[in-house]
Design a binder for this molecule. Sequence first.
Ligand code: HEC
Ligand code: HEC
Length: 288
Amino acid sequence: MKTFTLNKLMASAAVCMVALSGAASADPHPDAELIIEGELNVKVRAEPAAHLDGAVPEIYSGWLFRTDETRSLQMDDFENPAMLGVEAGQDAWNTVEGAAGKSCADCHGDAAESMKGVRAVMPKVNDNGDLWSTEDYVNNCRTERMEADALKWNSGDLNNMVAYISVQSRGMPVAVQIDGEAEPFWERGKDMYYTRFGQLELSCASCHEENYGMNIRADHLSQGQINGFPTYRLKQGKLISTHNRFRGCIRDTRAESFAMGSQEFRELELYVASRGLGLDTEGVAVRN
Ligand code: HEC
Ligand code: HEC
């Protein structure tokens, strides 16, 4: 079946430009288990959610597609470079900012309690019926409740705060809501996932659903899951946000991308998160 879909892709001009190679394999590291600090077992492979309707036989975290070296970085908090961002986020959590003279901790107390499980359900619909990502909730508290400035999407400060919030859900199952009020957002995100972009006419699915396991430009193609975000990219030497990764992938298809923090990306984020239902939240991950 893999060969069939690959042939289909080869028939298009796209493949000449992206040069896929290697054999698509199922589980790239069948024996690998993500156990953090020797005690927290994080689920990195699972049965696909029913809504995927058999599109993939099993779902895998991007962690499984990385080298032994990169994978081991994420198993040890001292080695995991993303933990520096988490620490910076923790400092910011306790720091008073803005005209209201408040810190996050003044209202939310200990993040280990108040933020537990929050990242696992993001993005989610807020009280006004808007779909918000974790970043939006943070910025809303800053502007409306602290009278401080909003932080820029994908800035170090915002990624650090999201990392600190995410780590409180580490090891908890991804639990985004996709029905009810979330459904219209989810449907639009799904449409976008299957839309072909750019000169190469590739959709997210062309790479992450039909060809995961293949090599592309010396990179091992994963299923493009977001349970590990924000993610520390070794290549960039810093934490990056989900929307930054989306933008990079769309640019690789030589298309104009959407802005980070755009409605399109929030919807795509909800849909991509739902493809990871069954996996555990890894925040914060290490990737190449
Ligand atoms: C003046 C009090 C106050 C301050 C200061 C404050 N928040 Fe909030 N925050 C709230 C309230 C109230 C809500 C909405 C109710 C809730 O979910 O707890 C909220 C919601 C949130 C949520 C969404 C939680 C969820 O489950 O939906 C996040 C994330 C969050 N705040 C993060 C922060 C961060 C990070 C800071 C500091 C930069 C901060 N907040 C500062 C009062 C505050
Ligand atoms: C031309 C192929 C290609 C297309 C099209 C593509 N990506 Fe990617 N994507 C990659 C490669 C290569 C990587 C890096 C290796 C990996 O993790 O798969 C990557 C990585 C990712 C990651 C990081 C996964 C992790 O575990 O850290 C996410 C998330 C992602 N892509 C989402 C998307 C989304 C959403 C789309 C559609 C808007 C998309 N990609 C389109 C090639 C592609």
